[in-house]
Design a protein around this ligand. Structure first.
Ligand SMILES: C[S@@+](CC[C@H](N)C(=O)[O-])C[C@H]1O[C@@H](n2cnc3c(N)ncnc32)[C@H](O)[C@@H]1O
Length: 220
């Protein structure tokens, strides 16, 4: 039986603002529970309003490890005003820019998970540059340009411990299916090509890879 979140956690996930469908959330949760067994922190790139963070945090709580989530909270390209994924409620009227941090904090508070999450507010590559701790799981769900998706991979994949999991969201092999670009798909291919990761499972656009080979000198 795959690990599944308790009904109240699933309800909090479904009530939270965000884009991840339930079946992908369940796959993410299963991966997080498995990775939690390594006893290392679980890290997400792309917090938005905390929908997927709920699942990582619950799995982290059960494993006794922290969940970390990185976001500058100013939104991705496709979430800006005028784009399909824009939500006017996420704009801070005082500064006129998106700010998803307050909603994220409410999401975690309501789910009772505040104590299990460390929020890192900043640009993913800048945070990655000062990061030096092995991770049980890295979940990449940040910016969808090639620049951002590659920087997330380069910054965080090296920290995935042996047997740890690299989870990538919005992997669309068919250009007909994608709404926000195929950069995550290209990063997924890059991870497989590196020879360091092996695919474990797929739930629609959510791909779970395992580190099966140590980081090689040539990929540094
Ligand atoms: C698709 S949303 C994340 C959705 C979230 N995981 C969920 O399930 O609800 C992408 C997020 O990545 C953040 N983001 C994009 N590029 C970033 C970067 N370079 N550094 C930090 N955060 C970034 C955006 O601010 C946005 O909140």
């Amino acid at each position: 039986m795959p690990a599944a979140p308790k009904p109240e956690i699933l309800a909090a996930f479904e009530a939270a603002k965000g884009f991840m469908p339930r079946h992908e959330g369940l796959a993410l949760y299963e991966a997080a529970v498995e990775a939690g067994r390594l006893g290392l922190p679980l890290l997400e790139v792309g917090t938005y309003c905390g929908r997927s963070t709920i699942l990582l945090a619950d799995a982290a709580r059960a494993a006794g490890v922290p969940a970390l989530t990185v976001d500058h909270h100013r939104g991705s390209e496709e979430q800006q005003p005028g784009w399909d994924y824009h939500d006017p409620e996420t704009v801070d009227p005082e500064v006129g820019l998106m700010d998803t941090l307050p909603t994220f904090r409410r999401t975690l508070y309501r789910a009772g998970l505040e104590d299990h999450v460390i929020a890192l507010v900043g640009r993913s590559p800048q945070v990655a540059r000062v990061w030096n701790t092995p991770l049980g799981l890295v979940f990449i769900d940040g910016g969808h340009t090639d620049e951002h998706a590659n920087a997330d991979y380069e910054g965080w994949a090296p920290h995935v411990a042996q047997d740890g999991l690299l989870v990538i969201h919005d992997v669309f092999p068919d250009p007909e299916d994608e709404f926000t670009g195929q950069a995550p798909y290209r990063v997924y291919l890059r991870a497989l090509r590196s020879g360091e990761f092996t695919e474990v499972s797929a739930a629609d656009s959510l791909r779970v890879l395992r580190r099966t080979r140590a980081r090689s000198e040539s990929s540094r």
